[in-house]
Design a protein around this ligand. Sequence first.
Ligand code: CAA
Length: 284
Amino acid sequence: MSEVEKISILGAGIMGSGIAQVASQSGYRVTMVDVEDRFLQRGFDSIMKSLSKMQTKGKITEDRVEKIRANIKGTTDFKHALEDADLVIEAVPEDLELKKQIFRDLDTTCSMHTILASNTSSLSITDLGAVTKRADKVIGMHFANPVPVMMGLEVILGADTSQDTLEVIRKVATKMGKDPHFCKDYPGFIGSRLLNAFLNEAFWELFEGIASAEDIDRHCKQQFRHPMGPLELADFIGLDTLLSICEYLHKELHERFRPCPLIKQLVAAGHYGRKAGKGVYDYS
Ligand code: CAA
């Protein structure tokens, strides 16, 4: 493929909307797809909040905010959104069966030149490629939250991802202002494997009663100079997402990733973190 011009993003959640925003800021034509209008609306609200923050800080003008917003279409019409996309980035929940179904559908709907990327934090890119007839054009693009702020991008190569696909994605990453880190397809890749071990361990410390949530977080901020403590960060990522990743890593990499029961309990209670108004901390 010569040049990526249009990017479609599946999923208007925290990650999908962040990716849509950055893609639009970088000059791509963007379509954001979700299953219901209310999810799209929430995605656009999140984009506007981020753009307003940038405008308030004097990083962009009002005119540019309008252009970036206008450049993103929102739709619930999966087929229509994909017709002329050069790159599709899937950002739906961390459920392998759901993602496989989506990749099967993408493979039959998208043009043969379209690259199919997943924003998965840990699941196998090879497994996703294997359900398509274009495993050479399937790749991982793992962004970090908040997408407009974090400069890294983890690029994951499945067993059959081609060098051509890698080069196209390297260009897209650079145009988006991201610094790509390349990684083989192995559970949890570079980042989630490290981060989940750390965050899960913080929950075990809380569960075992060795310190309060506030003291665990303050300790990591002050002693390690982390911008957020691990429990605060877990709330920011979403405890449902954290649990899905931990469960997958536990299955694939065994005992050291066994999720702390406290994460399961908070998720069972619907306390998913910041997005739900309650997680380890109360945001109401
Ligand atoms: N959009 C645009 N700009 C934003 C923003 C957003 N959504 N959020 C923050 N910013 C900007 C702010 O305007 C501010 O800009 P200036 O430097 O120009 O003042 C800057 O970012 C810092 O923000 P704040 O001053 O509001 O607050 P902060 O200093 O506490 O930073 C943070 C907020 C950037 C979120 C910081 O706490 C941080 O980096 N936290 C760690 C985040 C992290 O680890 N993310 C990775 C999670 S793992 C993941 O996403 C992948 C996975 O697989 C689950």
